[in-house]
Design a protein around this ligand. Structure first.
Ligand code: SF4
Length: 309
C-alpha cells in the first residue's frame, strides 16, 4: 500500500486507517521537533502532489478488503507533511464520506486555514486537529521554522474563522518544547489565542519521539500540567509519560511492523500499542529486522526507538 497504513491503534481516535497524501515529505513548516525528518520542500504551494485518483482507488481497495477482526474506527488524513497542501483533499474526504459511515479526522499544522478553499475542503471532515505551538512571533519562527509565506497573525485568524464555520469537532494541539515556547509570556499569548479560537478541546503535547533537532527537549509532566491549568476550556494532556508494558494478544508480523516504522520512529511498546501485538513476539521481530538491516535503533530520552533503514 502506497498511501494508506494501518489500521493502527490511536489513543486519541481508536483503530485508525492512516491516509498519506504526500509521497515525499512536503510541508509548510520545518518544525524542530518533527519526527519524520527535515522538510526538503518547505512551501505554501497547494497542488496535486500525488494523483488523487490513485489515493481514492487505494482507499476503495482497503474498504473492500476490510477484515472483521480489524474494523476501522476512523479514517485519518495525516502523514508525510502537511495534508492541506494537497489540492485533492476535499475530493478525498468527500469520497470517504460517500463510501463509509466512519468518521474522517484530519491532522494539520493549521497554516493554510486562512484560505477559503482549504476551509471548504475540510468542511466534510468530522474531526480536525490543527496545531498552534506558539502565539508569539519569535517562538513561532523558532519552533515551526515556517515557509516565508506563513505569518502567525494570518494563521491565528484562519483558526478563528475555521472554528466559527466548522460544524465538526475542532481539537487544537499545542506542543511544548523546553526553553522554546514554555515561557510565561508564551503561555499568556497562547491563552489569548485559545480564547479567540474557542476549540472544542486543547490537546497538550511535548516532544516524545526522536526530534529532528537534538536541542528540542520535552517538558516534564508537571510542567505540562501547570500549562494545562493556564489554558482556557477543556485541556487534555496527550503525551504518554508512562513506560508501562501493556498486554496485547496478536503475534508480531514483520512486514506490518516495517510499514509502521516507515512512517515514524517507534519504541517496541508503541508498536505493540499501535498494532495490538504481543510484547515477546514484537521484540523478537524487531531483533530480526535489526539484524537483517531493515531497521535501525537509536536512543532518545532513555528509550529505544526503531526506524526503517
Ligand atoms: S508541521 Fe508536522 S510534518 Fe510539518 S514539519 Fe511540523 S511536525 Fe513535521
Amino acid at each position: 500500500m502506497k498511501y494508506t497504513f494501518g489500521p493502527v491503534n490511536s489513543r486519541r481516535l481508536g483503530l485508525s486507517l492512516g491516509i498519506d497524501l504526500l509521497a515525499d515529505k512536503t510541508c509548510s513548516f520545518n518544525c524542530i521537533y518533527c519526527e519524520i525528518g527535515a522538510s526538503p520542500r518547505v512551501t505554501c504551494d497547494r497542488k496535486e502532489y500525488t494523483p488523487t485518483a490513485e489515493i481514492i482507488a487505494e482507499i476503495d481497495r482497503v474498504i473492500r478488503n476490510q477484515s472483521g477482526s480489524k474494523p476501522i474506527d476512523v479514517f485519518t488524513v495525516t502523514g508525510n507533511g502537511e495534508p492541506t497542501l494537497h489540492s485533492g483533499l476535499g475530493k478525498i474526504i468527500h469520497h470517504i464520506k460517500e463510501k463509509t459511515d466512519k468518521p474522517v479526522a484530519v491532522l494539520t499544522n493549521g497554516s493554510l486555514l486562512h484560505r477559503a478553499d482549504v476551509r471548504k475542503d475540510l468542511f466534510e471532515a468530522d474531526i480536525v486537529i490543527p496545531s498552534l505551538d506558539a502565539a508569539l512571533e519569535g517562538s513561532f519562527r523558532k519552533i515551526n521554522r515556517p515557509a516565508p509565506c506563513n505569518t502567525l497573525g494570518e494563521i491565528i485568524e484562519g483558526l478563528v474563522v475555521f472554528s466559527q464555520e466548522f460544524t465538526g469537532k475542532l481539537w487544537l494541539e499545542i506542543l511544548i518544547v523546553k526553553g522554546i515556547n514554555d515561557t510565561p509570556e508564551d503561555i499568556l499569548a497562547l491563552q489569548k489565542a485559545v480564547t479567540k479560537i474557542k476549540p472544542d478541546m486543547v490537546q497538550l503535547n511535548t516532544v516524545a519521539r526522536p526530534p529532528l533537532e537534538k536541542y528540542a527537549h520535552p517538558v516534564s509532566q508537571k510542567e505540562l500540567e501547570h500549562i494545562a491549568e493556564e489554558l482556557p476550556g477543556k485541556v487534555e494532556i496527550i503525551v504518554d509519560f508512562s513506560q508501562k508494558k501493556k498486554e496485547h494478544t496478536r503475534n508480531a508480523n514483520e512486514p506490518e511492523i516495517l510499514h509502521v516504522l516507515q512512517r515514524r520512529p517507534c519504541t517496541a511498546s508503541d508498536i505493540c500499542e499501535a498494532l495490538n501485538l504481543d510484547t515477546d513476539s514484537t521484540e523478537k521481530a524487531l531483533l530480526h529486522l535489526e539484524r537483517s538491516g531493515s531497521i535501525t535503533k537509536t536512543e532518545h530520552q532513555g528509550r529505544k526507538y526503531y526506524s526503517a533503514s
